[in-house]
Design a binder for this molecule. Structure first.
Ligand code: SF4
Length: 283
């Protein structure tokens, strides 16, 4: 008797209801593509996705890490934004600056600036090393204090006037928990909740799907913080694999699965999601 090696019932592949590029990333890539003339560069990778960075390079948009690397041409500011001194430096170097900062990030930057001008000690709730948080910090005239955890907030000293903004991608729950510790620190607090809903929507949809399937595939750059977070959340519900491209997908992962869910970070291009989806359907 031969041993059956093929599936009797087809595996169901389900895409998350909210996945892939967010508004700010779509906008930044469109702006970059409109300036694909061989003389334009983004300051830092346009998004945390190496495949998209390669594609843009082939289209004529390079990447520089520092303005000093450019003698002429167009410098494109990515969705995470930069501090005011970069705008100044670009002007001094005679570069054409195209600003693709996400409007939600811009709002957080200007909120930090406004709070400092109002004489407040500014607090940014977010990840210290994230480029967006660094840019908000710069707009606070480098005076803000960045708090990542509830312990950071508990240890924060009392002060007369406090102003709080958030990294756009922090979770609403985390923001509320950290702010709760700060309420006792000052009699005069202004809270500007500069959170964007794109991350929350992706996380909620991914968690819902991860509760219904046997295996989750989370697609996105390994250097993408929001993709890594999606993978961590899904792993709390079911077996989860974080992959960058379809080439990393191992059929053996899906051997026992009846249902496979797919989600992707806010910086994962549609074409990569499509390739993974197609490959799953062929298994
Ligand atoms: S996650 Fe939100 S704030 Fe960040 S780039 Fe996307 S739309 Fe803008």
């Amino acid at each position: 008797m031969s041993i059956p090696t093929e599936r009797v019932v087809a595996m169901e592949v389900i895409l998350s209801e909210c996945l892939g590029f967010c508004y700010g990333v779509k906008r930044a890539i469109k702006i970059a593509e409109e300036h694909a003339d061989g003389k334009s560069c983004t300051l830092g990778p346009i998004i945390h996705n190496p495949q998209m960075v390669e594609r843009l390079k082939a289209e004529g948009v390079g990447t520089v890490e520092d303005l000093s690397a450019m003698e002429e041409g167009t410098i494109i500011i990515r969705s995470h934004g930069v501090g005011p001194q970069i705008y100044q430096q670009a002007r001094e170097r005679g570069l054409n600056l195209v600003d693709a900062t996400c409007p939600h990030v811009k709002k957080a930057q200007l909120s930090a600036e406004e709070l400092v001008e109002d004489g407040r000690q500014v607090i940014i709730v977010g990840e210290k090393n994230h480029p967006e948080v660094k840019s908000i910090f710069e707009w606070s005239q480098k005076r803000a204090v960045i708090l990542e955890t509830e312990t950071d907030a508990q240890n924060f000293p009392p002060c007369a006037k406090l102003g709080i903004v958030s990294q756009t991608t922090v979770s609403g729950e985390n923001f509320v928990r950290i702010v709760a510790h700060l309420l006792a620190k000052s009699p005069d607090i202004r809270i500007l909740r500069t959170i964007c809903t794109a991350t929350d929507q992706r996380q909620k949809a991914a968690l819902e799907l991860a509760s219904k399937v046997d295996v989750m595939l989370v697609i996105g750059g390994r250097n993408s913080a929001n993709t890594t977070r999606l993978a961590q959340l899904c792993a709390e519900r079911c077996t989860t694999h974080h992959i960058e491209t379809a080439a990393e997908l191992k059929p053996v992962w899906l051997d026992e699965a009846d249902k496979v869910g797919i989600t992707a970070g806010a910086s994962t291009p549609d074409w990569i999601i499509g390739e993974v989806y197609k490959q799953c359907q062929m298994i």
